[in-house]
Design a protein around this ligand. Structure first.
Ligand code: ZN
Length: 298
């Protein structure tokens, strides 16, 4: 290798059709649960509550319109409370061809819950999503991205095929019980960039869309070079605001223009990963030896 030439690493993972990068667009429709999880009387703070309802009421339909226009499929993680209270929005996500995943009932933080409490919330949220969306979820995103040590086992017991809550790699990996993880990272999230509420105090100074585009694009370009899985997580109450939907449009168009990108929903990435890992020899030769899984994973 000539050190004067740009470094072109071997791709971390073989994506379908020779794609260099997989892209999973996630929309966590937290809406009112953002406030409700912290305060059962959150609805009394009328303005804070209205900012939260903007997500499922205005942001999500606007984002659905853009995705439909561009013909891109996404994965929506919806707390059961939101599915119950915004049934038309939830059904519109499904009828537009997107995947729905579980995301708690009122977005309960898992840390501090017992295994039994966590299982109960999981069962309840599966039941509500199945009833409203007409489909049992097979993907799970933990509220606040935090898992308990037993969560992968609970997910397996409840028929989930993947989890999208870890941060231990930039391609999928597996927990000890075989549950597939499609990891994200805080840099590719909109809360850090866009969230703000005066009281209760959330977030900091909302950033300019140009600098956020720059942040996400640089990571995408590098992940494209390294053959990774780019998982972007957006919240409709934040990223459903007009200038941010334009930012998303620009990002998707520019990713497409770059080429060799596989836009996929969570279930597609999980199925592809599973099929490749089961292929004899392929894993060892192509990626297993380069794949140093974090503790507790394999
Ligand atoms: Zn969330």
């Amino acid at each position: 290798m000539n050190p004067l030439e740009p470094f072109t690493p071997a791709p971390r993972f073989p994506w379908p059709g020779g794609a260099r990068c997989a892209v999973m667009l996630c929309f966590d429709v937290d809406g009112e649960t953002t406030a409700l999880e912290q305060d059962p009387h959150a609805a009394d703070r009328v303005t804070t509550w209205s900012q939260c309802t903007y997500g499922p009421r205005v942001g999500a339909p606007r984002i659905l319109g853009l995705l439909d226009h561009l013909g891109v499929g996404a994965t929506f993680f919806i707390p059961a409370y939101i599915a119950r209270n915004h049934q038309a929005m939830t059904r519109a996500v499904v009828s537009s061809g997107h995947e729905i995943g579980a995301h708690g009932d009122i977005h309960e933080r898992l840390h501090g819950l017992s295994r039994q409490q966590e299982a109960e919330i999981l069962r309840r949220s599966i039941g509500v999503l199945e009833e409203v969306a007409g489909k049992r979820p097979i993907g799970y995103r933990a509220p606040w991205f935090e898992l308990n040590p037993w969560t992968p086992e609970l997910l397996m017991e409840h028929g989930f095929e993947y989890c999208a809550s870890g941060m231990g790699d930039d391609i999928p990996y597996q927990y000890a019980n075989g549950m597939i993880e499609i990891p994200g990272q805080w840099m590719l999230e909109d809360w850090e960039q866009f969230a703000f509420n005066a009281d209760p105090a959330w977030g900091s100074i909302p950033q300019n869309c140009s600098s956020v585009y720059d942040l996400w694009w640089r990571e995408f370009e590098a992940m494209h070079r390294y053959g990774c899985c780019f998982v972007l997580t957006l919240h409709p109450w934040l990223s459903g605001r007009p200038s941010r939907v334009q930012l998303l449009e620009r990002l998707i168009r520019d990713m497409r223009a770059k080429g060799d990108v596989w836009f996929a929903q969570g279930h597609e990435i999980a199925a592809w990963y599973r099929s490749r890992m089961q292929e004899p020899g392929v894993g060892d030769a192509d990626f297993k030896i380069h794949h140093h899984a974090p503790d507790g994973c394999r």
